[in-house]
Design a protein around this ligand. Structure first.
Ligand SMILES: [Zn+2]
Length: 250
């Protein structure tokens, strides 16, 4: 049965509308951050780049328990990748950040805390991206070029912070869903290769610090077969710097 809304009910409806509008305004870029239309609406943001090339990216490290194993596997395969680092992880393992750069990998910014940017104030968003960017630059000795927010969801504040810091936002076109407890090397490989990979950007995780314990093992197990798959398809795998055209810094 429909009843006329009470005053409290009306107030709730009004505040819900105001909150929803505020979130919508705050999260405008998030509309292109997720969903099947993103590659068409925002190809560069989705990491769609050089034909014949696949960008390999890892999020959430560096992690002393797992990142060295990814480094060893990549060295065995002679492949370089882009690692989106968390400031708080890098602070605990700065030498691992330097190892990444010394092995020829590219380091990029994933933020400091790994909290959803939509829930953070403009000041906190700026602080998070700036702290992470400065740590990556100072502790690895290289200036990062790319920013990928936690969960792949931007806020206007995070986007503007990244731009002010000279970072280009980039997400991914292919993921392995390697962060779940049920992920296995087989599911990761199947998920990543579900659609043609030419020109795409792959998201995997070299740490389980924000996901199911031990889930990095599924990504690590899938890696050699994924690289073999790309080789069979005639695709060169490398970091984002070889994949997306450079953009003028602000
Ligand atoms: Zn992450």
């Amino acid at each position: 049965m429909n009843r006329p809304p009470t005053t409290a009910g009306r107030a709730l409806t009004v505040s819900a509308t105001v909150v929803a509008s505020a979130i919508a305004a705050h999260s405008l870029p998030a509309l292109t951050a997720v969903g099947p239309l993103r590659p068409y609406l925002a190809p560069r943001l989705s990491g769609l780049g050089q034909p014949g090339h696949v960008a390999l990216t890892f999020d959430d490290g560096p992690d002393p328990r797992s990142t060295p194993l990814f480094l060893a596997e990549l060295e065995r395969a002679g492949v370089q990748a882009t690692f989106f680092l968390l400031g708080r992880m890098l602070l605990r393992a700065p030498s691992l950040g330097r190892d990444l750069v010394e092995a020829g990998h590219e380091v990029a910014v994933h933020g400091y805390w790994h909290r959803p940017m939509l829930l953070r104030s403009p000041h906190c968003a700026w602080d998070d991206v700036r702290r992470a960017r400065d740590l990556v630059a100072d502790l690895t000795g290289t200036a990062p070029r790319w920013y990928r927010p936690p969960y792949g969801v931007f806020s206007l504040s995070a986007l503007s912070a990244a731009r002010r810091l000279g970072l280009s936002p980039v997400l991914w076109s292919h993921w392995g869903r390697d962060w779940t407890a049920s992920a296995t090397p087989e599911t990761v490989l199947r998920t990543v290769t579900r659609s043609p990979m030419d020109g795409g950007t792959v998201l995997l995780h070299d740490s389980d610090v924000t996901s199911a314990p031990g889930s990095w093992r599924a990504a690590l197990g899938a890696l050699p077969r994924l690289l073999e798959h790309c080789a069979r398809e005639g695709l060169v795998v490398g970091p984002l710097r070889d994949h997306l055209p450079a953009r003028a810094r602000p």
